[in-house]
Design a protein around this ligand. Structure first.
Ligand SMILES: [Zn+2]
Length: 166
């Protein structure tokens, strides 16, 4: 197998590793996979941490490690989070956004600029007649909102964008 084919295989496997806090949304669809390097039977993966406040990074690391080791040509796998890389909610793929919605979590607004007020559409009925009920969601990365149209409470992922300091 060529090196490129192996790297593709690893990336494919990462599509099946979910973020423990966001069931059915893979680390790959969240835009967390930065680099995959294959050297013979060793794999090294550099990932971008999502929300700094999320305590799930160790779990994700262990899950990724285990999933990659299941490939029969892999004997070693190293997973690292690079805190120098900046993740933004714009890195979430369309598939990732679809999966979030399926689970009643509104995907973050696109092209958000820091400080801007943000609105999200209800993941159930797509209405934009929603209100922020409680900014403190179950985790640091999510907020609880309320849809005034279909009367469902739902969660929304907070937008995260960081700009390089000039
Ligand atoms: Zn609704």
């Amino acid at each position: 197998m060529t090196r490129q084919a192996k790297e593709e295989e690893v990336r494919e496997v990462l599509k099946s590793v979910d973020d423990p806090e966001l069931p059915s949304v893979s680390v790959s669809d969240l835009g967390m996979v930065h680099t995959v390097i294959v050297d013979g039977s060793s794999v090294s993966i550099v990932m971008v941490p999502t929300f700094a406040g999320c305590p799930a990074l160790d779990f994700i690391k262990a899950d990724v490690h285990q999933a990659v080791l299941e490939l029969d040509w892999v004997s070693e796998c190293e997973v690292e989070f690079s805190f120098e890389l900046k993740w933004s909610t714009d890195a979430i793929t369309d598939e990732g956004k679809k999966q979030l919605k399926k689970h009643g979590i509104a995907p973050p607004p696109e092209n958000y600029e820091p400080g801007q007020e943000w609105t999200v559409n209800c993941p159930y009925c797509d209405s934009d007649y929603t209100s922020m009920d409680n900014v403190f969601g179950p985790t640091a990365c999510r907020s609880i909102l309320y849809c005034s149209s279909c009367k469902n409470p739902f969660e929304a992922m907070k937008p995260v964008v960081e700009y390089a300091i000039k």
